[in-house]
Ligand binder design. Structure first.
Ligand SMILES: [Zn+2]
Length: 489
């Protein structure tokens, strides 16, 4: 069902919710190249990416081989063949022959601070891991440790071509730490939103949590390069009134909101027993399913919940590596997309998968669907790349994810020349199946090169790594873990 035609979703339609962040009028709308005809009348541009296999992800899914992308300011100003754009005088031209030029990746769900726990708790059941390890770790983290971990994660993510992130941050949710984390994301050069954790695991009474939330959003209001959003921890384990109040605050402030839902096999039954309704059906009834809600996981949905999520164009983060690491289950990807849900791909923290690598996520996104259905015709590299780029941007409500004039210049350049690509498959399969993080040559956010020549351009990576290492060591030492259960893999 297309947005606007839905009839049974009580959630307010997109257009009635004022969101000034991330170009809300474009939020959830199908991107359209026709709105941004190629403007090559100006003979100058700031940056020209020329000669690469240019995978536009536009409505026709055009691949220009060779292609060229011109960037002026923070936007793409022209896309075409190198000949089409040959008249442009660029302040800088980058020769992309032998590489793919693609829209930057979007991580639709993350816990950036969890870098500090990489390797810990491998092979432990999720409902033990979370309360007995991750919550104590999060609540013990100092501001400096959180910033060190988050900075390290963002460095890793721009190295894999990621240009935007939706973080769920519940380690140090005081206003100063929340803002310091947002600042860390922006310092490395990425855009996104920090979903600040709210809920019963937080060490503040509810009214204080909302006061702090308000102050944090006001400091980074809608429209900031990195916004702050309310993020109740999990629909299953928070009071309905508390969740509804969190959403109301988001709506009052014109920002999105983020939460977890139906991630673990018993979650819907736990919710049903306590509230007499399945969680996604309650979200629907309460008008919270769309368009400003951003949900992590939603693995365990029955047929009616899939239909409601689709009708409301619910934005759902699919985290295939995390789902595999914790043995959680497999999202009903094809059914949700067919129904109308908007699916992005998320890393869900470095502890869930040991590394932030969108190429690994894309491949696994397809493979676990095929394994579950025992059907190799399901999904494929084109869908994987779509989820990681175009749909990820739609999920976030950012005007990116497509290489077309007028779009934000969030771009990655990926080498197609490794031994693992010789002979080379078609460009989309080469990127979605063969490539890996170390093939990323260039990451551009809003027209600014934030990664090139093997290094981040805005931070000293040697320093960032030393700080992240030292901070994680201090934190783990303080935790006094039960090493019979939680050891380092
Ligand atoms: Zn998560």
């Amino acid at each position: 069902m297309r947005r606007g035609e839905r009839s049974s979703c009580p959630s307010p339609p997109c257009d009635t919710i004022e969101r000034s962040g991330f170009n809300p009028r474009l939020s959830r709308r199908e991107p359209s190249v026709a709105e941004h005809p190629s403007d090559t009348s100006d003979s100058r541009c700031d940056l020209l990416l020329s000669g690469g296999a240019t995978i536009t992800m536009d409505d026709e899914r055009r691949i220009l081989e060779p292609g060229a992308v011109a960037v002026t300011g923070d936007r793409i100003s022209a896309v075409g063949s190198p000949t089409d754009l040959g008249h442009l005088s660029a302040a800088r031209t980058i020769d992309c022959r032998g590489s793919a030029v693609i829209p930057g990746f979007v991580s639709a769900h993350d816990h950036l601070f969890q870098n500090a726990a990489r390797g810990w708790g491998e092979g432990v059941d999720f409902r033990v891991w979370l309360p007995d390890f991750m919550f104590p770790l999060a609540l013990n983290m100092t501001r400096d440790e959180a910033v060190a971990a988050v900075t390290m994660t963002i460095v890793e993510q721009v190295r894999t071509g990621t240009t935007a992130v939706l973080d769920h941050h519940y380690a140090g949710t005081d206003v100063e730490t929340t803002l310091a984390v947002a600042e860390a994301v922006e310092r490395v050069g990425m855009r996104g939103a920090i979903g600040r954790g709210l809920g019963r695991e937080q060490p503040y009474p509810p009214s204080e949590q909302f006061d702090m939330m308000t102050a944090a959003i006001d400091a980074r209001p809608a429209g900031s390069k990195v916004e702050v959003w309310p993020a109740p921890g999990d629909i299953i384990y928070n009071d309905q009134d508390f969740v509804a109040a969190s959403v109301q605050l988001a709506r009052d402030k014109g920002v999105g909101w983020h939460t977890h839902c139906s991630q673990y096999k018993t979650d819907p039954d736990v919710y049903l027993a306590e509230h007499g309704i399945r969680p996604v059906l309650w979200l629907h009834e309460a008008g919270l399913l769309g368009p400003d809600g951003h949900f992590a996981h939603m693995i365990f949905l029955d047929d009616e919940e899939v239909a409601r999520a689709g009708e409301c164009n619910a934005a759902i983060a699919y985290c295939p590596i995390s789902h595999g690491v914790f043995g959680l289950g497999t999202m009903r990807l094809a059914e949700l997309r067919a129904a109308g849900a908007i699916i992005g791909l998320g890393y869900d923290g470095a502890v869930a998968g040991f590394r932030n690598d969108m190429f690994e996520q894309m491949k696994m996104a397809v493979m676990i669907q095929r394994l579950k259905a025992m059907d190799p015709t399901l999904s494929g590299p084109a869908e994987a790349l779509e989820l990681a780029t175009r749909e990820g941007a739609r999920f976030m409500g950012i005007d990116a994810g497509v290489l077309a004039p007028g779009k934000l210049a969030d771009i990655a350049v990926v080498s197609l020349q490794g031994a693992h690509m010789t002979p080379r498959p078609a460009p989309v399969a080469a990127v979605a199946y063969s490539a890996r993080s170390s093939d990323v040559q260039l990451t551009i956010v809003g027209g600014e090169v934030v990664f090139e020549n093997g290094a981040c351009t805005r931070v000293d990576e040697v320093e960032v790594r030393a700080e992240a290492e030292a901070a994680a060591e201090r934190l783990i030492e303080r935790l006094d873990l039960d090493l019979s259960v939680l050891r380092r893999a």
